[in-house]
Design a protein around this ligand. Structure first.
Ligand SMILES: [Zn+2]
Ligand SMILES: [Zn+2]
Length: 397
């Protein structure tokens, strides 16, 4: 975290008791009634492949907290990694650039096979193809499943988006036949009605995900609530303040909602003229005061704000505005912030990862998965192979 003190600068004394210990890159958030400090039990930071998610824990990482513009080295577009103690991994959104941060975690890619898209803006799904092929190359030997809403017309829905990806990357995927596991190349769309309010879109291994509508640009965007083992995670994609979120996010443990620039901040940051800035900030997105109002109704154990480019001068403006309407536990998310959530505590840390990482090791399941077919050249290209080079003999399958 760059500047955790800012985040609590306006907290009331009571809340300060609840949000403890902002030290170095480790932040510890605790409810007022629980006195025990888990900070002593965990390392200050989260290091890839050094600890397992406990059987009763939910582990969340912000893979992308930014915007479509600018996408920065420090902040990719929206994406959230959720791993449960039962071994399941979920991605909520997979915005442009976010796969870079996913690789930074060095996850077991054969388990990273589900994405829940809030809507089809590039800053929320722009890295779907990078995950599809990159994950397949890195250990996924089963299909990648993309869950997402319908739109006002079939051509505006998730199924059409996924079909479009298949067509767009036909050359890429066809060329990997016989080299990579067959099933890992499959991309499966699970489109559901964007209008459903509290409809179940996923239920397996004790985890249940429901969706509810959002208000953003066109018909279609949604938010999600994940329930598992008595813990609840709510993810709001882009939206103006909407009634469904207030109702469905209520009393959840960990609640993410966009918190856009103020109109003034947007004028300054992106050079928008005043009308455009106000419309974008406050009619199709949620400005900080609106975010605070929502969280005051929802009352989560921890409220997470995202969807701005973090800059100190804007941070203060955003925080000041949030604190006009909300004085509860809050984090303004940065990329690679991580949270371990249990029934008693929420521990906030920073992922520490190398700039250059290798893909994580693959598994026996990947090595043994069926590979069939073979990409081939025409005589024209075959005749272009240089006679002066002899490759080594191919090992048996
Ligand atoms: Zn967005
Ligand atoms: Zn959007």
């Amino acid at each position: 975290m760059h500047d955790p003190i800012r985040i609590v600068s306006k907290l009331s004394l009571g809340v300060l008791c609840a949000v403890l210990a902002f030290m170095g890159d480790s932040t510890f958030v605790q409810e007022a009634t629980a006195q025990e400090s888990l900070a002593q039990k965990r390392p200050d930071a989260w290091y890839p492949r050094t600890e397992k998610v406990g059987p009763d824990e939910m582990f969340v990482v912000a893979l992308g907290t930014g915007m479509p513009t600018p996408i920065t080295r420090a902040q990719k577009s929206s994406a959230w990694y959720v791993e449960l103690g039962n071994g399941d991994i979920f991605l909520f959104d997979i915005g442009s650039g976010s796969v870079e941060n996913l690789f930074a975690l060095r996850p077991e890619f054969h388990r990273v096979d589900k994405v829940f898209a809030s809507h089809l803006h590039t800053d929320h799904v722009g890295d779907a193809a990078a995950l599809w092929v990159g994950g397949w190359l890195s250990g996924r030997y089963t299909p990648l499943h993309i869950y997402g809403p319908s739109g006002a017309k079939p051509e505006l829905g998730t199924a059409t988006f996924v079909e479009g990806l298949r067509k767009t990357y036909a050359w890429d995927v066809t060329g990997r036949a016989g080299i990579l596991p067959d099933a890992g190349g499959q991309l499966v769309a699970h489109e559901f009605d964007f209008k459903q309010d509290n409809g179940v879109v996923y239920e397996k291994n004790g985890a249940r995900i429901t969706s509810f509508p959002a208000v953003h640009v066109l018909d279609g965007p949604v938010s999600y609530r994940l329930e598992w083992n008595g813990l609840s995670f709510v993810f709001g994609g882009d939206s103006a303040p909407n009634k469904w979120f207030i109702e469905r996010a209520k009393d959840a443990d960990f609640v993410i909602h966009e918190c856009f620039y103020t109109p003034k901040g947007l004028e300054e940051a992106l050079g928008f003229p005043p009308r455009q800035a106000t419309f974008v900030s406050s009619y199709i997105h949620t400005p900080p005061s609106g975010f605070g109002k929502i969280m005051s109704e929802v009352k989560p154990r921890l409220a997470i704000a995202y969807h701005t480019i973090r800059q100190p001068e804007l941070d203060q403006q955003i925080l000041d505005e949030i604190r006009t309407t909300y004085d509860g536990p809050l984090a303004i998310a940065n990329d690679l912030m991580a949270w371990t959530i249990t029934k008693d505590t929420i521990v906030q840390r920073e992922v520490v990862s190398a700039e250059r990482v290798q893909a994580p090791p693959t598994t026996p399941g990947y090595k043994d998965a069926k590979r069939s077919g073979e990409a081939s050249y025409s005589d024209f290209t075959n005749n272009g192979k240089w006679k002066g080079y002899t490759p080594p003999p191919l090992p048996e399958r």
